[in-house]
Write a protein that binds this ligand. Structure first.
Ligand SMILES: [Zn+2]
Length: 380
């Protein structure tokens, strides 16, 4: 089986999408463009959910359906419409098959290198009148600022129970697992005093934090878990013993049990350090305290070897004489959230490269390969 991808058309879709700037919360123009494009291509159903109220975006998520005629179960493909910054006024440079930005913005291949192949896919199905299964397209907002669109997605509108997020670097790669993450914030409260006149009356919040940090396990904790402290802020002046400071960090693990254990270990080190802090009996200083706040950032995902979503991708790749590499991921994305809704979701690579930098680039041939794979999946 082979289908001739219209390379120029695919390149044009990508360029138009990339040059329709869409930093997080500013996805409306892209959403309008997609609505228009898929309406013209004969979509049976276009739904904008009411997530905008929760995300603060100018648009909700979009769910678009092309009803199929084969017996194969419905399937969905998901991409996020937003990009990171600098993402305003993106101008695409094309050199042969390679796309880059002009150098002062990201390119936005994350995630428009997934969206363009989806538009090309529907074009191919229409013009070849190819029989296909029901296809649902999900376009989310605010992925880059905490998966907010996906978390608020009106997923009950979907008929499909499994699908793919097109959102990863690499080629012919499929991500089948990703860790869960907790975000933590630690507030350390000591007692302020004049550092020169009366240091004895103070309890230095910074010293407590420093001592606690030396006890933490930071970096790669085991083969499926990591931890980090990424932000420290506090203190007022050089002559004041700092009363308050806060730290922000995260813990990630593929195991929810370990995630909880490592998060609690971090909490205990701070709480115990404050509790054991020596305060001289004659001092008027208060006993230091720690407030440790945990917010679940996203849940883990792990697909089974024999899950339909992986079996379908494997079969499609075989039709194309390709080998997909099945990979364990280290980051969180919309797919984590979809999986938590009970929608088995794997992540397909789009060829995006050097993402989240102004050096971002993309090879048209990688988008062509992805489009061929999508075509094989829906016509299986
Ligand atoms: Zn992405």
């Amino acid at each position: 089986m082979s289908i001739a991808i219209n390379r120029q058309r695919l390149a044009d879709y990508f360029t138009t999408l990339a040059e329709t700037s869409s930093p997080s919360r500013e996805e409306k123009q892209v959403a309008d463009y997609l609505r228009q494009t898929f309406t013209a291509l004969g979509a049976d159903f276009i739904h904008e959910d009411d997530s905008a109220a929760q995300t603060g975006s100018g648009t909700g998520n979009l769910i678009i359906r092309f009803t199929g005629s084969t017996d194969a179960p419905p399937i969905f493909f998901a991409c996020h419409m937003d990009t990171v910054k600098p993402g305003h006024n993106v101008q695409v440079k094309r050199d042969g098959d390679i796309f880059t930005s002009k150098g002062d913005t990201v390119l936005g291949g994350d995630d428009k290198s997934g969206i363009a192949p989806l538009i090309e896919l529907i074009n191919l199905l229409k013009e070849n009148k190819t029989a296909h299964r029901t296809i649902e397209l999900v376009f989310t907002t605010c992925e880059e600022i905490g998966l907010r669109g996906a978390k608020a997605l009106d997923h009950r509108q979907l008929q499909a129970t499994f699908g793919y997020a097109l959102d990863s670097t690499g080629v012919d790669k499929i991500i089948i697992a990703a860790p869960a993450a907790n975000k933590v914030r630690i507030d350390v409260h000591g007692t302020a005093s004049h550092a020169g006149l009366n240091p004895e009356a103070g309890v230095n919040a910074l010293l407590i934090a420093a001592q606690a940090i030396t006890k933490l396990r930071i970096g790669r904790i085991d083969d499926e878990s990591t931890a980090n402290i990424g932000v420290i802020e506090g203190g007022v002046a050089t002559n004041i013993v700092p009363e308050h400071l806060f730290l922000k960090g995260e813990v990630r693990s593929h195991s929810m049990t370990k995630l909880d254990a490592y998060t609690d270990e971090m909490r205990r080190h701070f709480v115990d350090t404050a509790a054991d802090w020596p305060i001289p009996p004659e001092s008027e200083a208060r006993r230091p305290t720690v407030t440790f706040t945990v917010e679940s950032d996203y849940p883990a995902m792990r697909l089974g070897e024999t899950d339909q979503v992986l079996e379908t991708a494997r079969t499609a790749a075989r039709k194309l004489d390709r080998q997909l590499s099945f990979v364990i991921g280290g980051g969180g994305s919309d797919a984590n959230v979809f999986n938590s809704f009970g929608l088995a979701t794997a992540i397909l690579a789009t060829g995006m490269n050097e993402v989240h930098t102004t050096d971002e680039c993309l090879d048209l041939n990688d988008m062509v390969r992805l489009t061929e794979l999508l075509y094989a999946i829906v016509t299986e």
